[in-house]
Design a protein around this ligand. Structure first.
Ligand code: PMP
Length: 767
């Protein structure tokens, strides 16, 4: 049996006809420095098992391309085997050794070359641009690959945040990933791509005096957005700089002079740099568990942490400004004024009743997908807003509105196809009996109309409303919204035609649990109230799942039982789907479908137009006929206009084409289960409930008395906001954290939210 050493000797002799002293090199792979007796130096790189030959060839082709192009920069060129192959191989005693022999490249690594000078920074900028341009000419099928360090796939390393022991470091790391995921990732598709080296780090760049003289390690070569090359290089080259952004600006300017960058590339540079550093420390965190003794794996870890910590303090807008300062290109051109001045101007001309969320209100300047960016370009993960159902500013929805606005916008007194089409699309999604639509402009207006329809149809006045419910802001809607008339500034129930039924809350209410028994009990409770009515009942209005009431999922059988009582009394059943419709609940498209009922009137709003003012009421032929027979024309100036209808149709298209209902189920379930796990560690979490992306976390001071943890809830959402996560509180005690973000949320977002909530609750001293 041969020793490894013996095998290496054999391989070198047989395949290359050389011999000499060997020393093991640091770095990730099994590499040896070979010094021959005649003074030549080579690097023997052994292949790891299963290493793809096509990738070795890719490395070879990339290095050769640079060797051809640059007389002044050395690269590790392959020494071909005696038979002319890139790869060498030796099989002995059933063991196969594969490897490559590369020419040794002389020079001092950037990280060991001492403090940089302006000249060196400019030189590296030009060099990076030249390398990028040369590699862009190389085409190789194996370049179409990904690996752990692929900067377009950094999100895959995000779960490793959990392996970082220090809470403050986790905060910094979460922030870096969030900036990358929100600020860079969605924009990568629009960028030019090419073959890149993929790891021009401060170890792989060799310098002599102020010149770059060599490039090492082509093992990470892949096709990527070209800007990733510069971003990866900058992640490392700026690590020791006292003023990293200013130093980066010099490199960027020199690069740009040689090979012009686009505004988009400049805008995503900083998020990409943060992404690369995040991956680096994440993988290091994992390696501390798997191979704590491999010092070579942790060489840049401490410096990467310190850079990440510094970068966390820098506004991304400022970073982009500085990095692009030498290019003359305008980044983030569309800027808004300072937050303070906006606040001041708003206060001057608007009533204080127009309230702001958070003790420290946020000013947003743009939105995209599940993210909102504040005026400093800091991203916030939106787990709260349900209007931007298919994602903020979804391009298909925006485009649909824009195209229609350019072509025709009129009203329902004339014929146009958009209204007809929208009616067909909405009714096709609802139970067959619901086939007549009214299109209006807000949820309030839609509920007003629903109330009118019910009263005209039944000839009755009395309304049943659920405790804690909100249905709109007009005088009549406030009269049927206990959330308002029983809440702050409310004067209690003023109308004797309004009757409050209990909220079917299986956690805090009179009947516990989610089982049918509780559902029927709540339904029968409503039945008793109906039975006691002195005048005929017009309708029972309820959200299919009460939201303002505290993200309540009614126990099974509730609506079935309640609707039966209502109908027996001659009343109609109105489902307010303003918050919960359009796939949010996951299992079904509409909330009421979870309860096995068909309402007489369904009210749609909020998500229906993804932010465009649009709402609808859909009802049966009979009810619509009663309304018509009453004689009064129905007309809303804006309701059902072609632009609104085009937008509404685009929203339905996107929900279908992007599988958003299914996504709501998948991501929502993951988020709910993650939050439930937290209950084990945080006694303050009394209940985690919900379906799809309609979730609530109820905070309590005591799991037996259910004393509401209202203050704790406010502190939690404030701190989450500071960490870039938007949520809100609701419920009668304002102690329920609401999760009802756009349906485009991802599992990675959900996991991040759970980790951050865990950290914040720990920091805030929950037991
Ligand atoms: N119904 C429900 C359940 C709501 O949540 C809201 C708004 N929060 C409305 C109706 C009123 O809708 P809008 O604000 O569009 O008038």
């Amino acid at each position: 049996m041969k020793t490894t050493d013996g095998r290496l000797t054999g391989l070198l002799a047989a395949e290359y006809g050389i011999g000499g002293a060997r020393t093991r090199l640091g770095g990730e792979g099994e590499n040896y420095l070979v010094s021959t007796p005649d003074g030549q130096r080579f690097v023997l790189k052994l292949c790891i098992e299963g290493q793809d030959s096509a990738l070795l060839e890719l490395e070879h082709v990339a290095a050769e391309a640079l060797a051809r192009e640059f007389a002044d920069i050395a690269v590790p060129r392959t020494v071909l085997t005696k038979s002319g192959n890139v790869e060498s191989m030796q099989a002995l005693d059933g063991v196969t050794l594969r490897g490559r022999l590369l020419h040794f490249v002389e020079g001092t690594a950037w990280c060991e070359a001492g403090p940089t000078t302006s000249a060196r920074r400019q030189e590296i900028g030009r060099c990076l641009a030249r390398v990028t341009t040369a590699l862009a000419r190389v085409n190789h099928p194996a370049a179409q690959r990904s690996h752990r360090w692929d900067l377009t796939a950094a999100e895959a390393q995000r779960p490793l945040v959990a392996k970082v022991h220090d809470a403050e470091r986790r905060r910094v790391l979460e922030q870096a990933y969030l900036l990358y995921v929100a600020g860079a990732l969605p924009r990568l598709d629009a960028l030019p791509q090419s073959l890149i080296h993929g790891d021009l780090s401060d170890e792989n760049l060799l310098v002599a005096d102020e010149r770059v003289v060599g490039l090492l390690d082509f093992g990470d070569c892949l096709r990527n957005p070209t800007i990733c090359e510069l971003a990866i290089a900058l992640s490392y080259l700026l690590l020791d700089e006292p003023d990293p952004l200013a130093a980066g600006a010099e490199i960027v300017a020199a690069y740009h002079e040689q090979s012009p960058l686009s505004v988009l590339e400049l805008e995503i540079l900083f998020p990409l740099i943060c992404g690369r550093l995040a991956v680096s420390v994440s993988i290091a965190a994992e390696r501390h568990e798997t191979a704590p003794d491999r010092d070579a794996w942790f060489v840049s870890e401490a410096r990467a942490w310190s850079a990440l910590t510094r970068y966390a303090e820098i506004d991304p807008l400022k970073a982009a400004d500085v990095l692009a300062s030498g290019t003359g290109l305008p980044v983030f051109e569309d800027r808004s004024t300072s937050r303070a001045s906006t606040l001041e101007r708003r206060r001057r001309h608007f009533p204080d009743a127009l309230s702001l969320t958070y003790r420290d209100p946020i000013k947003f300047s743009r939105g995209s997908r599940q993210f909102l960016f504040d005026q400093r370009e800091r991203p916030h993960l939106d787990l709260y807003n349900n209007v931007c159902h298919v994602g903020h500013c979804h391009p298909r929805v925006v485009e649909a509105g824009y195209r229609q606005m350019r072509r025709l916008n009129t009203n329902t007194r004339y014929l146009y196809d958009q209204l007809a089409e929208y009616g067909e699309r909405i009714c096709a999604l609802l139970p067959t009996a619901l086939e007549r639509c009214f299109v209006v402009n807000s949820g309030t207006e839609a509920n007003e109309l629903a109330l009118r329809l019910a009263r005209v149809h039944t000839g009755a006045e009395e309304m049943l409303v659920v405790d804690g419910a909100y249905h709109g802001h007009t005088t009549t809607m406030l009269q049927i919204s206990p959330y308002k008339f029983m809440g702050r500034g409310g004067k209690g129930r003023a109308e004797d035609w309004v009757h409050i039924v209990p909220i079917p809350d299986g956690y805090r209410g009179k009947f516990k649990g989610q089982g049918r028994e509780a559902g029927v009990a709540y339904g029968d409770e409503l039945g008793r109230i109906v039975a006691a009515l002195e005048r005929p009942l017009a309708a029972f209005i309820t959200e299919s799942l009460p939201s303002c009431g505290g993200q309540i999922v009614p126990p099974e059988g509730y609506l079935e039982t309640a609707f039966a009582h209502v109908r027996q009394a001659g009343g109609l059943c109105i489902a307010d789907e303003v918050q919960v419709g359009f796939g949010r609940v996951g299992e079904r498209f509409w909330g009421f479908e979870l309860q096995n009922v068909v309402p007489d009137i369904v009210v749609l709003g909020k998500p229906i137009g993804n932010g465009h003012p649009l709402a609808a009421v859909v009802t049966t032929n009979e009810i619509a006929a009663s309304f018509t027979n009453a004689g009064m024309e129905f007309f809303s100036t804006f309701g059902g206009n072609p632009v609104s209808c085009a937008i509404g149709t685009a929203v339905l298209d996107v929900v279908r084409d992007e599988g958003l209902q299914q996504n709501a189920l998948r991501v929502g379930t993951r988020l709910r289960e993650g939050l439930r796990e937290l209950m084990k560690r945080h006694a303050v979490i009394g209940d985690v409930r919900g379906v799809g992306l309609f979730l609530g976390v109820e905070l309590v001071r005591d799991r037996t008395t259910l004393e509401p943890a209202t203050e704790e809830a406010a502190l939690l959402i404030d701190e989450l906001c500071r960490r870039g996560i938007l949520t809100g509180t609701d419920g009668p005690h304002r102690n329920v954290i609401k999760f009802k973000g756009p349906l485009v949320l991802t599992e990675s977002d959900a996991d991040m939210a759970v980790r951050v909530i865990d950290d914040v609750l720990t920091a805030q001293g929950s037991r």
